[in-house]
Structures are given as structure tokens and as C-alpha cells.
Design a protein around this ligand. Sequence first.
Ligand code: MG
Length: 164
Amino acid sequence: MLSKNLASEINTQIKLELYSGYLYLSMAAYFEANNLPGFAHWMKKQALEEQEHAMKFYEYLNDRGDRVILQALEQPPTDFKSPLSIFEQSLEHEKSVTARINLLYSIAVKDNDYASQSFLNWFVDEQVEEEKNASEIVEWLKMAGESRNTLFMLNRQLAERGDD
Ligand code: MG
């Protein structure tokens, strides 16, 4: 069993990962509605990845003999300004997820819970990747500026995101 504190924060984390997926799916829906199917594809993959993250925490709680308690999800934003503002928002969101993972890690350290530290290492590495991916696309979109051509090129490129 985990400490009460860590088990409760992991339950909250399950909600946050599912909410991330919900947020990215809402962003995908905006892209679908704005004729950018490549961007929508990228966001749908991202949403699926977040569900997988939630499931990793779900399985971990069960593996350690703790009880999963699902919490209510808020409605994500549905209206966005531009592709750039969406990716800026995703980057900010990923930074807040990183802060959450660091919080979980600090609890595991305080608890002398080495198994949880080892489990969380995967998420520490994953967050480096997530922030890198989002900020890369932010930079591309800044370079694209008002150019529709560059936006459509990016749309084609993001359509190629596979399973990662
Ligand atoms: Mg995640």
C-alpha cells in the first residue's frame, strides 16, 4: 500500500490525465471544424496518449493494493483563438502536468517509497518529451506567422504522427 497522501494524489492524477485527454480532444474538435485535419490527427493521438497515462496510474494503484476512486471531469474549453494559441495553451498545460509529477515524486521521496520513485521516473522522462514537442510546434507556428501556405504544410506534417 502507498501512503494515504500519495494514493490520494495519484487518484487526483488519474483525473488530471483524463482531463488532459479531454482538453486535447476538444482542441482536435476545433481543428476538425477549422479544416486542419492534420492538426486534429495530432491532437487525437495526444488525447489517446493521455488516456494511456491515466491507465498507468490506475494500474499502479491497483498493483499496490490501493483503491481507484474516479473524480468528476470539468468541461474543457471549446473555443480557441488560433493554432498558435492552442499550442501555447498545450505547452502551459504540460508544464502544469510536469509540476504535478514533481509533486508526486517529492511525496514518494518523503515516504522513502522507492517503488513509486521508480514508477514515476517514466513520467519524469515523458514530461521532458511532452514539453519539447509542444514548444517545437509553438516555434514552428510562430515562424509560420500569417502564412497560410506554411500552415498547410505543417498540417500535412502533423498528419503523419504515428503511434509513439
Ligand atoms: Mg500525460
